[in-house]
Design a protein around this ligand. Structure first.
Ligand SMILES: *Cc1c(COP(=O)(O)O)cnc(C)c1O
Length: 388
């Protein structure tokens, strides 16, 4: 049989597998516990923290989509990252991107302060900085590409090769692209993490996460820790996520189509000081993105040529873009990283990471592209004071 393509895997997950009633869409198993057929005869599923058939279906789907060997579905993206970190021994060293997801930064920094691990936050596109950090013999290298919120792109294959030379695992946070646009295992990664809250579920109605492993040995260790820590995801959220996942391919295509329309418009606006999007030829990571991604995604950030009051005026003028955290849902969103997603970072750390006070991040949704452009045009008119 030929290998199935992403859209087919996503749509077909679990379809037609119900042997009891032949339901086309797989049923949802809510039961906490499962009957032992006889004393000493341990069933495949015994207690839902350790395993659940609905969650297992999602784990299989994510494993197939990423091209891994096994997965653990967790109750959120942060618990997926925490689960990966539980593989480390006390005092071991971690290398993380200096502009990583705010929650990841907070977790790493807080645990480092407690003396549990050592962490180096580095600009991984700076080869010297990366080499210096790798010289400290880290056990784990975290990679986030494109990064949040500046969409910096790093070369996954190159980082994996260098990290493996010093014996470190590489974990790639693939939340911003989903396996529809990037598959880090093909580039050498050891673990892939998702906040399934975002594109995988895609409807902004559950919080979930997953770790997918390149080897079954790593997958088994992660599953053991997932049960030990109580990090696993629940059945209902897994069901919702499977439902959302079926349309991943179609959604991502339309997300990108709309993003192109929004970008063409934004490039004509004088109040836009800078656009951060890997699809632009001027983006420093454009070449790498074109090589390692199957598309440029639907996340973009921009710096407005204004002050704090101007940013507030602009946001106030938007009606289709809700001012909210999160991303990757069907609805368009705007975020002010400085005061929202990245507020756990000090002003100095924000400046160091390049997060300007007038930076806005957009998650381009599935509304009509022309309506989105018109909404932005209204907000820019308001920013310029053309409308009351
Ligand atoms: C949202 C997000 C997370 C955290 O996921 P939660 O589901 O909110 O816990 C981690 N990494 C990235 C890149 C994210 O966008």
């Amino acid at each position: 049989m030929t290998e199935k393509k992403t859209d087919t895997i996503a749509v077909r997950t679990g379809i037609g597998t119900d042997t009891q009633h032949h339901a086309v869409v797989p049923p949802l198993y809510l039961s906490t516990n499962y009957r032992f057929p006889a004393l000493g005869d341990v069933p495949t599923y015994d207690y839902a923290r350790g395993g659940n058939p609905t969650r297992a279906q999602l784990e299989q789907a994510l494993t197939d989509l990423e091209g891994g060997a096994g997965a653990v579905v967790t109750n959120c993206g942060m618990s997926a990252i925490n689960l990966v970190l539980s593989l480390l021994e006390a005092g071991e060293h971690i290398v993380a991107p200096h502009d990583c997801y705010g929650g990841t930064y907070r977790l790493l920094e807080s645990r480092a302060k407690q003396g549990i691990w050592q962490v180096s936050f580095v600009d991984q596109s700076d080869h010297d900085a990366l080499d210096q950090a790798l010289a400290k013999q880290p056990k784990l290298v975290l990679v986030e590409t494109p990064s949040n919120p500046l969409l910096r792109v790093v070369d996954i294959a190159e980082i994996c090769q260098k990290a493996h030379q010093v014996g470190a695992w590489v974990m790639v946070d693939n939340t911003f692209l989903s396996p529809a646009l990037q598959t880090p295992f093909a580039l050498g990664a050891d673990m892939v993490v998702h906040s399934t809250t975002k594109f995988i579920n895609g409807h902004s109605d559950i919080v979930g996460g997953a770790v997918i492993a390149a080897t079954s040995e790593l997958a088994e260790t992660l599953a053991w820790w997932g049960n030990c820590l109580g990090a696993t995801g629940n059945a209902f959220d897994s069901y919702m996520t499977l439902r959302g996942l079926r349309t991943l391919g179609a959604r991502v295509k339309q997300h990108q189509h709309n993003t192109e329309a929004v970008l063409s418009y934004l490039q004509t606006v004088s109040a836009v000081r800078k656009i951060y999007y890997p699809g632009l030829a001027s983006h420093p990571g454009h070449q790498i993105a074109a090589r390692q991604q199957a598309g440029f995604g639907s996340m973009l950030s921009l710096e407005l040529d204004t002050d704090q009051a101007g940013v507030a005026r602009f946001i106030d003028g938007l009606t289709l873009f809700a001012l909210a955290e999160s991303l990757g849902g069907v609805e368009s969103l705007v975020t002010h990283p400085g005061s929202m997603t990245h507020r756990a970072m000090s002003d100095a750390a924000q400046a160091e990471a390049g997060i300007a006070p007038t930076l806005l991040r957009f998650s381009i949704g599935l509304e009509d592209a022309q309506d989105l452009v018109a909404d932005l045009a209204n907000a820019f008119a308001r920013l310029e004071g053309d409308t009351p």
